[in-house]
Write a protein that binds this ligand. Sequence first.
Ligand code: IVH
Length: 692
Amino acid sequence: MKNILELTPEEAAAELKYIAEEMAKSDIAYYQNDDPYLTDSQYDELKRRNQEIENRFPELIRADSPSKKVGAPLQSGFKKVPHRFPMLSLGDVFSIEEVEDFALGVKRFLNTAENISFMAEPKIDGLSFSARYEHGKFVQGATRGDGITGEDITANLKTIRQLPQNLNGTYPDILEVRGEVYMSKANFFAINEKYAAEGKKTFANPRNAAAGSLRQLDPRITAERRLSIFAYTWGEVSERMWTSQADFFTHLQQWGFPINPLNCLCQSIADIEANFNKLMENRASLPYDIDGIVYKVNDIALQERLGFLTRTPRWAIAHKFPAEQAVTTINHIRIQVGRTGTLTPVADLEPVNVGGVIVSHATLHNEDEIKRKDIRIGDSIIIQRAGDVIPQVVKVLIDKRPADSTPYIFPDKCPVCGAHAIREEDEVARRCTGGLTCPAQATERLIHFVSREAFDIAGLGSSIIEEFYREGILHSPADIFSLERRNGSDDLFAHQTGSVLHLEQRDGWGKKSVENLFHAINAKRTISMPRFIYALGIRQVGTATARLLAQNYGNFARFMQEMINRETGPLVAIDGIGPSMATDIVEFFREEHNLKTVNDLLREVRVENYIDTARSDSPISGKTVVFTGTLEHMTRSEAKAKAQSLGAKVAGSVSAKTDYVIVGTDAGSKADKAKELGIKMLSESEFLDLIG
Ligand code: IVH
């Protein structure tokens, strides 16, 4: 490791990033998976190095720096709490027009001309909690965690006076109340002042302070920090005794929960806009931080009809306040090469504080964006940050442009491998043509392969992958799974590096951490079909598409064979897969090296067949259905969503593989085709009876 005094600012920033990522990952492994991959001393060493670098380069301190994390000693974590009803997040929009689109979308989905009212609630910038009551008594508190599993914070929530220990009035036997824990601004300033006076580390903002205070293993510390709550939704309930969000707020109050006094029922977009403007104006003078407004369809029967997308409800949305901005200069424009070869320009900035976070890079998106905004090296610019979104350049301050400035010329060669970078017609992206011979593409693909929603291998961080790739230890995904075997043999990597070096002899590695790494890898030798497909990194195939493919093919070998045979008929028939996506999928399996990669992998891992366990008991689970004609009780999209949520595949056209055709009024050729093929046809009401 380099002496701290010899580090350049770039190297220091890179190392701080590396340490923050490694430690965050280690924290996750430790607290959420109870499966540490760094030893305590390795962890402490990273922490010390981080501190030393920060001491020398205080301007490079990251928002997510491990030195800013408070509390949570390593000795013991929190108990896990599975959420019976997941704690979801919300889709974001940034303008009143988008809110209007959302409201129109809701109406269209429900196919109604009737007015729909929305509850508008200030979006509190804190952390969500879930509090479980059994027979009116508070029994368990949990954080959101990843939405599926949270952490047990019962003792910590008990220290919050606003949270009722016993409910008043009438309540369901089982009731989970959810809401936000936050720290008031006044309290935040007071605590920071006190800590500064005592020479202790201060908090970056009230949200961090609330988070650090709630996740304390010693609840006495939580108690000292005087947190507050607002309640706004529910999880599991044995009996839902309310019919609207407004009604729920009335119950919350009767039970004894604090609700936000600025929650307001809106009957129209005009109401929504007026409320938004008023809150924007008052935002700074509120006693707590808010970062937007949440809109929820008020009527719960309608909410239920609207249902959910993958991770967010269709009946609610968050309208975020405009982002915070700052002025800085562009020191350099750097080109990053992604997994599929896309060249993405990134501006290296003079580090600047934007609303409490030090920002030193901004994405410039693509070639056209640079041209459109005429962004040049040396320019003074306004940047903005919205929530956790990567900072963006809003505009160039032309008045401040240096006299000798010249327009930026986008490279036509890959800066990493030197191959031509070309732009296909109708595409904004310029891509490196080097394929997997390009080190950047190869490493990005490996990084994607082990990422959270793919193989999710803790311990293989991006910097480790880069290093292993550079040194010839890892080239393609299958190499990850042969690593342990190769490490055990004496001619390990000899052919690549010219010297025998076992992993445990490498800088920064020890027996324990190597063991942990192999353990993490071996744990992933069996993988679900959607994860496997997603991990391959096929262009345009994200997690949702991967799931659709798994759902429709069920078995990976079958899917692959059909792709190799270029049988795209069934592929494009899948609702949600368009022609361009289908082309990318087939193209992927046409490439020799991709086939080799997949086949090598299949020798190392087992891909589970896709069985939708949650839905396997529905009468249409696994069936292929086609809708045609006009439906009476629901819109086409509502019907499709319903069928998919019950495990059916929805196809756009009738074929021999179709199980049911649901025929509305004025059905055309699809109904004829179904008759011809002898496929079971159902009227809308028969379909509704079938699915109950
Ligand atoms: S409702 C399915 N209401 O925003 C609906 N969330 O992006 C789930 N939040 O994780 C959330 N104020 O931490 C809801 N009045 C409010 C909220 C709110 C703040 C937070 C919450 C949630 C996140 C969603």
